[in-house]
Ligand binder design. Structure first.
Ligand SMILES: Cc1cc2nc3c(=O)[nH]c(=O)nc-3n(C[C@H](O)[C@H](O)[C@H](O)COP(=O)(O)OP(=O)(O)OC[C@H]3O[C@@H](n4cnc5c(N)ncnc54)[C@H](O)[C@@H]3O)c2cc1C
Length: 478
């Protein structure tokens, strides 16, 4: 058994792990980056980048379909060349992955170790069969993996996840997408627009990450008007030959059977902590087996162990993984003298059409305290209507008394940009009045934001406040 000594061992060479490694080195300490799989990160290989590469041609194809509404015409319908679409997805994906692996290649070989890490104690790891690593501190940056019901494994290669989709050579004929969340809505809508027969199935009526019941209902209506969407399906799945057979039960005991080439499982992701043998450490674990940790320092209790990125299941987003990796790596290098790292205002975006943006934790963060809700529908919003993008709503939440802007949920045009404006306002701790004092050009989508802010301001002045928990009753009614 070979033993390696280091100051900080980082488990996982994804976005969080690479940021942690760099932060340790920036403190002049020794670091060891341990990776069990291929280099290249989830973001570049199977996540953020290839999903947007699939969405881009889907949006282009859809835009052509909107031309007649502007009085324009092209000769015949758009023909989708599935092989060419997927070839570009894979080619551009490989380019992004190449940038990451080039960066990894620059890391000295003595700082890199290949193999799966598991804990022997708080400061010792075993890598594969032959190597142990002794470290002053350890950063867990092991990411997350798709999670779906075990019984779907009986579908064999007909059940796929985002790990598989971007390897396709061609677009399939049909896909049953399970899970109307970020991944399910993004990929389901893109596949639909590329001519794949799709239905997106869910349970309980939600369209994640929206939580505001009015926005959820709007999302069901807007997306359901474009592609088959059943957010409260009672479905059983089975395999028949090369088909996935989805049997749907209605409330009256009747059934309907649909057949698909694939089931795309977009039913959530689980932190990669199960194989780490955390039982050998002193860490307190939550019900899901994830170590309890301090969000400001990323430290697990008083231990020399830190946890960053999707592995801690707090904010599974790329920019959060990068921030957390940096904070965890810096603190691991200086442990036990740890410092609270700067965290940004919450911002999450779904690249659907219309897009979704959640700012400051959205409705979930305000529903249990008194708040006012400023609202706007984009249906009659000037610029949105000009561009035929007049769908969706924006709700902004503000604190009675202080008038502080707390957060927002948006389903609407250019939500990726409006979301940034709102997240910056949240981080600057602005009041609604201060936001209204900012410039608004004409005619722009941001004038819709101004309408919502004016509505919030009027409610703040009038004392039109939703008491804590009031919206739960709304939710039951929708
Ligand atoms: C389809 C999809 C679309 C997405 N789109 C977006 C988006 O648009 N915007 C956004 O902000 N976020 C998006 N995300 C989320 C984002 O990709 C993740 O939050 C981010 O990549 C997580 O980075 P990480 O470093 O925590 O994990 P990873 O990049 O997954 O790194 C973890 C690494 O740890 C390794 N590892 C695991 N266990 C061990 C072990 N025991 N020993 C050694 N190594 C181990 C793994 O092999 C892996 O390389 C998307 C995700 C998906 C799946």
């Amino acid at each position: 058994m070979q033993q390696v000594d280091t100051d900080v061992a980082v488990i996982g060479a994804g976005t969080a792990g690479l940021a942690a490694y760099r932060a340790v080195k920036a403190r002049g300490k020794r670091a060891l980056l341990i990776e069990r799989g291929v280099y290249g990160t989830t973001c570049a290989r199977v996540g953020c980048m290839p999903s947007k590469l699939l969405i881009a041609p889907a949006e282009a194809a859809h835009a052509v379909g909107r031309l007649p509404a502007f009085g324009l015409a092209v000769d015949g319908p758009v023909r989708v060349d599935g092989r060419a679409v997927m070839a570009r997805v894979r080619r551009e994906r490989d380019r992004f992955v190449g940038f990451v692996t080039e960066g990894v290649d620059m890391i000295p070989t003595q700082d890199r170790l290949r193999g799966a890490a598991r804990f022997i104690d708080d400061r010792t790891l075993q890598i594969g069969e032959d190597v142990t690593v002794r470290a002053h501190a350890i950063v867990i940056a092991t990411g997350s993996s798709p999670a779906f019901p075990a019984m779907w494994r009986a579908l064999g290669e007909r059940v796929v996840t985002n790990d598989d989709v971007f390897e396709w050579d061609d677009l399939p004929q049909s896909v049953a997408v399970f899970g109307p969340g970020v991944i399910g809505i993004e990929l389901g809508q893109a596949l639909h627009r590329l001519g794949v027969r799709v239905c997106v199935f869910g349970r309980g009526g939600g369209v994640r990450p929206l939580a505001d019941p009015v926005l959820v209902a709007e999302a069901r209506r807007v997306f359901g008007a474009e592609f088959p969407l059943d957010t409260d399906a009672r479905a059983e799945v089975a395999r028949d030959g090369d088909d996935v057979v989805v049997t749907l039960r209605d409330g009256d005991g009747g059934t309907r059977v649909e057949r698909y080439a694939y089931l795309l499982a977009a039913t959530g992701r689980r932190p990669n902590v199960a194989g780490l043998n955390l039982e050998a450490t002193t860490l307190a674990l939550d019900a899901a087996g994830v170590p309890r940790f301090d969000r400001a320092t990323l430290r697990c209790g008083d231990s020399p162990i830190f946890i960053a990125g999707d592995a801690n299941d707090d904010a599974p987003l790329l920019h959060e993984a990068a921030d957390e990796g940096r904070i965890a790596g810096d603190n691991a290098a200086r442990a036990p003298d740890v410092r609270a790292g700067a965290r940004r205002a919450g911002l999450a975006i779904v690249f659907s059409d219309p897009q979704i943006a959640i700012v400051g934790g959205g409705f979930s963060a305000v529903r249990d305290s008194p708040h006012v809700t400023g609202q706007v529908s984009f249906e009659n919003q000037g610029r949105s209507r000009i561009m035929l993008q007049n769908r969706g709503r924006l709700h902004v939440y503000a604190a009675p008394g202080s008038g502080k802007f707390l957060g927002a949920e948006m389903l609407g045009p250019a939500a990726e940009h409006v979301g940034h404006l709102l997240a910056w306002a949240r981080q600057l701790d602005l009041t609604v009045a201060e936001m209204l004092a900012m410039p608004f050009y004409h005619p722009v989508i941001e004038e819709g934001l101004r309408t919502a802010l004016r509505d919030a301001q009027a409610k703040l002045v009038a004392g039109d406040v939703a008491p804590a928990g009031a919206a739960r009753a709304d939710m039951l009614m929708t």
